[in-house]
Each structure stands twice: as structure tokens, then as C-alpha cells.
Ligand binder design. Structure first.
Ligand SMILES: NC(=O)c1ccc[n+]([C@@H]2O[C@H](COP(=O)([O-])OP(=O)(O)OC[C@H]3O[C@@H](n4cnc5c(N)ncnc54)[C@H](O)[C@@H]3O)[C@@H](O)[C@H]2O)c1
Length: 260
């Protein structure tokens, strides 16, 4: 999984990646750059975002994805620096502990998660689309989640609802702009082996097991396995993949009884 991919499908393309400082966004910034893209790394966390941009030879833009002006400025920087906006990976998101069961989740926690996970995707698509429409070309990939298509008794109510919104919005945009050469897809990752998840599950193996039992392949994804799906969706290899619910979940959403 760590070997350098041989394909160079994105030479000359400009990609904006939000949440590029960590996890799926970081792995994707690396992968898109390795395929030849110029990568604009956006993150609210300056040191992580800058480090990502330095590593991939791209540009860092500090942005809070909930702020319309900052999001506009992000896509303008991409265009002004590289002359096009070809790929938008709208990926930044949060999953805070105070977003839990509907019985205990307050309105503030609900709203914050909706802002960062769903409103941000609306803002990023709205900012990216004018560039893509002028070019007559573009690929937008919005990070939803497998919880957009399945229910969990271990609820994070606002997170789940936000990802359902990302899925429905992506589908609609994919349909609306298809004849302008723009594809919009919702990426639905299964659980990913991020540092946060590793730490959480190391402390609580029972919690990990409750989830792992549902994964046919018997493990969580590595961020690089999600990044390779994004690179595919970004590339012309996915020229007929549009308005899709693109599951990269090790088979979770298709499973009833999993192997022992
Ligand atoms: N990790 C998983 O298991 C998993 C599974 C399915 C979907 N997802 C989704 O994938 C996306 C990335 O998740 P991850 O696990 O890589 O997360 P992560 O926490 O490792 O990285 C998220 C990045 O987004 C940035 N960010 C947070 N709020 C921001 C804001 N307001 N403006 C700009 N940047 C902001 C953070 O600084 C961080 O660098 C999220 O949308 C998440 O919901 C994750």
C-alpha cells in the first residue's frame, strides 16, 4: 500500500483538497501529487496544512470551510496560481464527542457538525463550479460516509444526517451539471485507521470489536486505500462515473453475516 503508484493520470490538473493536513485528506494530497496534479492544500490547522503542502510541492491556504469568503478565496488562489480548477476534493469534516445519541446531543453540537460537514460542502461546490463550468470540465468528490447509507445503534446523529445531506447534494449536482462536463460523486468511506480511531480503539478493544465484526474484510481501511479511490474518481478513468454513491467500505454496506 505504500509503494509509489505508477499511474500519472492527473498531469497538469489542479486539485483543491480540504482537510489536507491529516488522515484521508493528507493521503489524498500525496496520491494526487504523485499522479502529477498540482495540489492546493486547505486546512484550518496551519502547521498541518503547511506541512502537507510542503511535502507535495503544492500551495497551502488556511481556510475555515464554514466561511463563505475564505472558501471563495481558496478556489480563487487555486485558479490564480495554476490557471484552472480541475478537481475539488471537499473532504474536511469533524466527528466531535458531543455529537452522540439524539437523546443527549444539544442544538449547538448539532449545528456545528452540520456547518463543518454539510454547509462546507455546499460552499465548496458553489465556489468550484463557476471555474469548472467555464472550463467545461471538472471532477468534484465530496466526502460522505458509509453511515449515509446505513444506520448505527452507536449513533452520532448530526454526523450521520450531515453525511446523508452530502450524499443527496452530490447526486443532485452530478445530475444538474453532467452535460457541462462536470462529474460530482459522493465518496463513502468505511471506518479508516486514523490516529484518532487507533487511539480510541486501543483504549477500548470492545468498542473496536463491536464495529469490526461488521467488516467483511476484517479490518479498517488505510487512508491510502481511500486516496486511491479519490484519484480514480478525479481521473478520466472515471469518465462515466457520476452522481454515484461511491462506497469504499470493505463490503460493510453489502453485508449481513460476515466471515468468522
Ligand atoms: N476516518 C474515518 O473513519 C472516516 C470514515 C468515513 C468518512 N470520513 C470522513 O472523511 C473526512 C476526513 O476524515 P479524517 O478521518 O481524515 O479526519 P481528520 O480529523 O484526520 O482530518 C480532518 C482535517 O480537516 C481539518 N478541518 C476540520 N475542520 C475544518 C474546518 N472548519 N475548516 C478547514 N479544515 C478543517 C482538520 O484540521 C483536519 O486536518 C471527514 O469528512 C470524515 O467525516 C472519515
Amino acid at each position: 500500500m505504500t509503494e509509489t503508484p505508477v499511474c500519472r493520470r492527473l498531469v497538469g490538473r489542479t486539485a483543491v483538497v480540504t482537510g489536507a493536513g491529516s488522515g484521508i485528506g493528507l493521503a489524498t494530497a500525496r496520491r494526487l501529487a504523485s499522479e502529477g496534479a498540482q495540489v492546493v492544500c486547505a486546512d484550518i490547522d496551519e502547521s498541518a496544512g503547511k506541512a502537507a503542502a510542503d511535502e507535495v510541492g503544492g500551495v497551502y491556504v488556511q481556510v475555515d470551510v464554514t466561511d463563505p469568503e475564505q472558501v471563495e478565496a481558496l478556489f480563487k488562489t487555486a485558479f490564480d496560481t495554476y490557471g484552472s480548477v480541475d478537481i475539488a476534493f471537499n473532504n474536511a469534516g469533524i466527528s466531535p464527542p458531543d455529537d452522540d445519541s439524539i437523546l443527549t446531543t444539544g442544538l449547538d453540537a448539532w449545528k456545528r457538525v452540520q456547518e463543518v460537514n454539510l454547509t462546507s460542502v455546499y460552499l465548496c461546490c458553489k465556489a468550484a463550479l463557476p471555474y469548472m463550468r467555464r472550463q467545461g470540465r471538472g471532477s468534484i468528490i465530496n466526502t460522505a460516509s458509509f453511515v449515509a447509507v446505513m444506520g448505527a445503534a452507536t449513533s452520532q446523529i448530526s454526523y450521520t444526517a450531515s453525511k446523508g445531506g452530502v450524499l443527496a447534494m452530490s447526486r443532485e449536482l452530478g445530475v444538474q451539471f453532467a452535460r457541462e462536463g462536470i462529474r460530482v460523486n459522493a465518496l463513502c468511506p468505511g471506518p479508516v485507521n486514523t490516529p484518532l480511531l487507533k487511539e480510541l480503539f486501543a483504549k477500548d478493544p470492545e468498542r473496536a470489536q463491536r464495529r469490526l465484526v461488521h467488516v467483511p474484510v476484517g479490518r479498517f481501511a488505510e487512508p491510502e486505500e481511500i486516496a486511491s479511490a479519490v484519484a480514480f474518481l478525479a481521473s478520466d478513468d472515471a469518465s462515466f462515473v457520476n452522481a454515484a454513491e461511491f462506497l469504499v467500505d470493505g463490503g460493510i454496506a453489502g453485508a449481513y453475516v460476515t466471515p468468522l
